[in-house]
Structure formats: structure tokens, C-alpha cells
Design a protein around this ligand. Structure first.
Ligand code: RIB
Length: 302
């Protein structure tokens, strides 16, 4: 069984269902609103554990009712939360998700406790990282913490996967060089490289720029179109499954958690792992919400 560690965020998602995004200064009625478990890190960890990997989560949460709700969810899923600690000042992270009638979303984040993770928290989880096959992180937690986690991972030959989301135009060189696979979407790839990703030639160009920056392997996800890879010196494209999309929230997180659970250490099964990850995320997009929509292995393997 694969051992995966995820360092990342925990958010309570407040989903606001609207016909379309409001214009500046406009007041609009919503169709509905609801609450669900979210946060890129938590979604990725839940995807990995539901894919069948032994998964540990490094994260920070508040000491509020949202924290109780989220911790109960993690325990129910069998996630190892020995390194999920509670901050006594900052509240649990929150995300306000504007979800339109076409299933597209815009997200506003209150970082809260996610932003209080320190390099000391990471060093406290050193043994878990060193014992893993793969470490995943993203950008809803501090960069210094991600870099420290990747340092420990690489000292111990652990595969590192960086999901550079939300988009950042600057990523420290050291973090890029410690990254085995970077997995941006088209917006994040453009923020990193300046290349507008619209077709396969532009994907190749963006991937080559990321290689020049020091990243060994690149996967660019392009939503309903699929995902491009430039891995071990080979390029290719995996099409997405055609499904009826209700909500794209957590589709990328599902892809990454499932990908990590399937990928061999030498990445020689990249296409197989990407197809598997793509199937899992095609299930996620068919239900509204983040963690509640992430499938279990039994639903992906049929
Ligand atoms: O990637 C989706 C996630 O982004 C949501 O669950 C929300 O919490 C934001 O972090």
C-alpha cells in the first residue's frame, strides 16, 4: 500500500449558488447556499485515502466548531491526523465559493489557521515524511513550510508533488528544484511561466519553461479537455472523461490524490496513473461540493 503525506489547507467551504457572477456594484439573489468540507490539502488527502493509500495529513485548524466538524470527517475517512494541530488564536480556514449555473466557480479564501503552519510543525512531522513514498503540497499554506517539507522529503528519497494553487507568479528556486512533479492548471501554468496555455504547443512551451526553472516533470491539467504531461523526457496528453459537470470544485485535488496513489516511484506508469486520476475527477465534478464529491476506489474501478 502506498504511503502518502499531504501538507496543506483545511477550509470549511460556504457554497453560494448563483446564476452568474455578480458585476461590480451589483446586488444579486442566490438560488441556495450550503456548507461542505474543503481546503485543497484536505481534499487531496481525502482523495488519496479514498484511493486506498495510507495517508497522513500535516495541517493546522482552529479551536472552533468548524474544527470539530472537519476533524470528525477526517477520522471517519481513516486519515492519519497525528500532525493536524489546533491554533488557539486563528480560526479554521474558510472558502466562499461562488458557483454558477454552468458549474464554474470563483473562490474567496480566509486563510486563518492554515497560515500559522511553521517550519517547526513540519520538523515535528519529519518521521512521517521520511517514511512516505510521496509528499504532496499546495499554496494555501506558507511557502517556508512547503520548502522545509520538500527538503526533508528529498533527503529521504520521497517523491515530491507540488500543486502550485492558488496561482503565484513567484515560486522560490529552491522549492522548484526540490519538486519532482509540478501539477498546475492552465491559469497557474501561465502565472508561473508567462505562457498563455491554449493548445498543445503552448503546453509544451510552458512545460519547457518550468523545466528550465529546475522542475523535473510537469503535468498541466486543462479541466474538461484533459491533462498534458512532460515526464521523464516524454510528452503526451490524456483526454478527460466526458460527463455532465455540476461543480468543478476539488476536481484538481481529486486528480492529484488519485495520481499519487497510483504512480510508481520512477513514473514509468504516468499515462495509466493519469487516466485513473482523470476518471476519479470526472466523478467529483458530477456532484456539488468538495470532500463529499470525492469518490472511493470502488466507484472509480467499476
Ligand atoms: O480546490 C478546491 C478548494 O479550494 C475548495 O475546497 C476550497 O476550500 C479552496 O481551498
Amino acid at each position: 500500500m502506498k504511503k502518502i503525506v499531504v501538507l496543506g489547507s483545511i477550509n470549511v467551504d460556504i457554497i453560494l449558488n448563483i446564476a452568474r457572477l455578480p458585476l461590480p456594484g451589483e446586488t444579486m439573489a442566490m438560488h441556495d447556499r450550503s456548507t461542505a468540507g474543503g481546503g485543497k490539502g484536505a481534499n487531496q488527502a481525502i482523495a488519496a485515502v479514498r484511493a486506498g493509500a495510507e495517508t497522513s495529513f500535516i495541517a493546522k485548524i482552529g479551536q472552533d466548531r468548524s474544527a470539530d466538524f472537519m476533524l470528525d470527517t477526517f477520522k471517519f475517512d481513516g486519515l492519519n491526523i497525528d500532525h493536524v494541530t489546533q491554533d488557539d488564536k486563528a480560526g479554521t480556514g474558510q472558502a466562499y465559493i461562488l458557483l454558477d449555473d454552468n458549474g464554474q466557480n470563483s473562490i474567496l479564501i480566509y486563510g486563518g489557521a492554515n497560515q500559522t503552519i511553521t517550519t517547526e510543525d513540519i520538523r515535528n512531522a519529519k518521521d512521517a515524511i521520511a517514511d512516505a513514498d510521496c509528499l504532496i503540497t499546495e499554496f494555501e499554506t506558507p511557502l517556508e513550510a512547503s520548502t522545509e517539507a520538500f527538503r526533508i522529503a528529498k533527503e529521504n528519497n520521497v517523491l515530491t508533488i507540488l500543486n502550485p494553487a492558488p496561482a503565484k507568479t513567484y515560486i522560490p528556486d529552491e522549492l522548484l528544484k526540490l519538486t519532482d512533479i509540478i501539477v498546475p492548471n492552465e491559469t497557474e501554468a501561465e502565472a508561473i511561466t508567462g505562457v498563455k496555455v491554449t493548445d498543445q504547443p503552448s503546453m509544451v512551451e510552458a512545460a519547457n519553461k518550468m523545466h528550465t526553472m529546475g522542475v523535473k516533470n510537469v503535468i498541466i491539467t486543462v479541466g474538461a479537455n484533459g491533462a498534458f504531461y512532460s515526464v521523464n523526457g516524454k510528452n503526451g496528453f490524456v483526454n478527460a472523461y466526458k460527463v455532465n459537470t455540476v461543480d468543478t470544485t476539488a476536481a484538481g485535488d481529486t486528480f492529484i490524490g488519485y495520481l499519487a496513489s497510483k504512480l510508481n516511484q520512477d513514473l514509468d506508469n504516468i499515462e495509466e496513473a493519469m487516466k485513473f486520476a482523470s476518471k476519479a475527477s470526472s466523478i467529483t465534478v458530477q456532484t456539488q461540493g468538495a470532500q463529499n464529491s470525492i469518490p472511493h476506489l470502488r466507484d472509480v474501478e467499476i
